[in-house]
Design a protein around this ligand. Structure first.
Ligand code: HXC
Length: 257
């Protein structure tokens, strides 16, 4: 498929997607969303790919949903056509996705980064939910995922004042997994994705699914889900291989990757 708003590449077992609307600081319009969903689904279905990276430019991961596309939207269309509903597809991708964020990750951009499995940020990254300054509120998880990931205090602060936080603050409050110098961002994200891709794919997918459960259910249910999937791993050759390699003091070779 030919894409106009994203650049899609593979780096070995890693699927790399670069958001590419530089004239609009990668504002997320419906065309870009359609392409992103298609590219993610294609990588998810591709047996050679073990993990994905989504990135933007040096200046912007994404400066939000496209305000110009959204501004004349009416309630009846937003509601009946379930405006933004398709973004949820990102969260249904089963292989891990890393967001590599430099520059602005605002509004829908911050929300897209939060739909990924973890965020690696350049020192230049700026996160925020400035929707309130536009007369709306976040609509793709900014009030819900942000509150679960960083807690009520910061979520309220960001959503109610519209202020941005820098990479250091984002790491301190748990939004970001790692902060790296800008020039190392993509390499660091690709290396992390390569590492993930070197492990047993069913185990990687079950791990992602299980960590995500922590945000969807009670502790008791989450622990039960974890234990059942953990038990199921003993049916995998990869478990036998991983543990035999440890005891034999050699590097494991996971067949299902
Ligand atoms: C459409 C956008 C845009 C956006 C930037 N642009 N953000 N277009 N939607 N979200 C366009 C500008 O209009 C401009 O186009 C070009 O990108 C460069 O932007 P500038 O503003 O000139 O750049 P700069 O002065 O460096 O300021 C950067 C910025 C600012 C601070 C990031 O662009 C900004 O505040 N953007 C909006 C951020 C925002 O409010 N995001 C939330 C959106 S609502 P022209 O044609 O003038 O050169 C949202 C809703 C989510 O995300 C809820 C559901 C998804």
């Amino acid at each position: 498929m030919a894409y106009e708003n994203i650049i899609v590449e593979t780096r070995g077992p890693v699927g790399l997607i670069k958001l590419n609307r530089p004239q609009a600081l990668n504002a997320l319009n419906s065309a870009l969303l359609g392409e992103l969903n298609a590219a993610l689904a294609a990588f998810d279905a591709d047996g050679r790919i073990g993990a994905m990276v989504i990135t933007g430019s040096e200046k912007a991961f994404a400066a939000g949903a496209d305000i110009k596309e959204m501004q004349s939207l009416e309630f009846v269309d937003a509601y009946t056509k379930d405006f933004l509903g398709d973004w949820e597809k990102v969260t249904r991708i089963r292989k891990p996705i890393i967001a590599a964020v430099a520059g602005y990750a605002l509004g829908g951009g911050c929300e897209l980064a939060m739909m990924c499995d973890f965020i690696i940020a350049a020192k230049t990254a700026k996160f925020g939910q400035p929707e309130i300054t536009l007369g709306v509120m976040p609509g793709m998880g900014g009030t819900q995922r942000l509150a679960r990931f960083v807690g009520k205090a910061k979520a309220m602060d960001l959503c109610l004042t519209g202020r941005m936080m820098d990479a250091e603050e984002a790491e301190r409050c748990g939004l970001v997994a790692r902060v790296v110098p800008g020039q190392d961002l993509l390499e660091e994200a690709i290396q992390a994705a390569e590492k993930i891709a070197s492990f047993s794919q069913p185990v990687v997918m079950m791990t992602k699914e299980t960590v995500n459960r922590a945000y969807e259910t009670t502790l008791a249910e989450g622990l039960r889900f974890e234990r059942r999937l953990f038990h199921s791993m003993f049916a995998l050759e990869d478990q036998k291989e991983g543990m035999a390699a440890f005891t034999g003091k050699r590097t494991p070779y996971f067949k299902n990757r």
